[in-house]
Design a binder for this molecule. Structure first.
Ligand SMILES: [Zn+2]
Length: 376
């Protein structure tokens, strides 16, 4: 019988689709209280956030996670109820089991083991959870970090439980993430009859070369840790639907996932310079949804990789920067080292999301080893 398996199942049974926590954090509070944690709810709007700390000392390690999950998609396509943790053929199925309720459960059982073995900590251990990682992420970790900053609380190391493993548990961790910036651009023309083009101004014709120039933009990565940054057009719309009307405008949208070698400001400048050089009238709306980060200091990376090697007998651990954004983006700018380590990510956000049942206890022991390496 496994405490981590049981707690993961209990968390899965609470249908905590963003931003609803559905009592996940209450359950975790009940588990952390007997371990001597100081526990606070730092809620904003409809988002639940939990901040718990234990121990004394100069250094602080924070375990960062989220209790919210993405929607299930069509329930009839699941082989079992997504909100009942179900074991089949060595796998545990349920929405959020990999992203990231099993990591949250493993954080808690690792702390329980350290407490029951009465191992003293020579620093502070914090647990930060939010119910808004999968959504807009405005009222979650971002605001909790601001609150902690205003209290003068400094985080040295942050271990994020996001699912990072590829083929086997621990084979890959994330030491950075790309930033994300996007825009919606509208190029103006003049609507008119297709038979009288001289009386209209066709925004489709004008846009072809502009869109091509913008789609060809590329920014080199100089860190050696990220791919080069490229721009991807996701939407392109114009036309009234009628064959005999020249439309009045064309809109296109794009996103750039970018490395720390470039900034969102520079990307914006280059895109708008192309638009200006073609002397078109345009409107642009920009959205920055995450800054890039890269942990280059060795302390936390070494603690995590050596723990993986010792606990799981793995020879190599991939230091990855792939994938989308995570809440690590809000912690890294405070100066904290940030590393992400969690279960296999192959099934996340999919129908029949799952983790290997055997990985649950291993993950708990792994987190315990990392905590003790840094604070034991
Ligand atoms: Zn996640």
């Amino acid at each position: 019988m496994s405490k981590t398996l049981d707690l993961t199942k209990e968390l899965i049974s609470k249908p905590s689709v963003t931003p609803n926590d559905m009592g996940c954090q209450d359950l975790i509070m009940q588990r952390l209280k007997p371990l001597g944690f100081n526990i606070e709810k730092i809620d904003f709007g409809e988002v639940s956030n939990l901040w718990a700390t234990v121990g004394e000392g100069n250094k602080m390690l924070v375990l960062l996670g989220h209790t919210d999950v993405v929607p299930t998609g069509p329930i009839e396509q699941w082989d079992s109820d997504p909100f009942i943790g179900t074991e089949r053929d060595g796998l545990l199925y349920g929405r959020g089991v990999a992203d990231m309720k099993s990591s949250v459960a493993a954080f808690i059982t690792a702390c329980e083991d350290i407490s029951s073995e009465k191992i003293p900590l020579k620093g502070k251990l914090g647990i930060m959870l939010t119910s808004d990682e999968e959504g807009p992420a405005e009222d979650g970790v971002k605001k909790v970090v601001e609150e902690l900053k205003s209290r003068g609380i400094n985080i040295d190391w942050c271990l994020v439980g996001e699912p990072t493993s590829e083929d086997v548990l621990g084979d890959a961790i994330k030491i950075g993430r790309r930033g994300s910036v996007g825009a919606s651009i509208t190029i103006k023309g003049v609507q008119g009859h297709i038979a009288y083009p001289s009386k209209a101004d066709n925004p489709i014709h004008k846009s072809m070369i502009i869109v091509n120039d913008i789609a060809s933009l590329k920014w080199k990565d100089n860190t050696g840790k990220f791919p080069d940054s490229v721009l991807q057009i996701s939407n392109l719309n114009s036309g009234t639907g009628a064959e005999n009307v020249i439309p009045g405008e064309l809109n296109f949208k794009f996103n750039v996932r970018y490395s720390p070698s470039i900034t969102a400001e520079k990307i914006k400048e280059e895109v708008e310079n192309i638009l200006k050089s073609h002397e078109v009238e345009f409107e642009s709306e920009w959205k920055e949804s995450g800054l890039p980060f890269l942990t280059e200091e060795k302390e936390l990376i070494d603690a995590v990789t050596s723990s993986i090697k010792e606990e799981l007998n793995l020879k190599d651990v991939k230091l990855s920067t792939e994938g989308g954004t995570s809440d690590g983006r809000f912690i890294a700018p405070t100066g904290s080292q940030v590393v992400e380590l969690g279960p296999r990510n192959e099934s996340i956000h999919k129908i029949n999301e799952s983790v290997r049942v055997n990985d649950l206890d291993k993950l708990s022991k792994l987190y315990k080893r990392i905590i003790l390496k840094l604070l034991g």
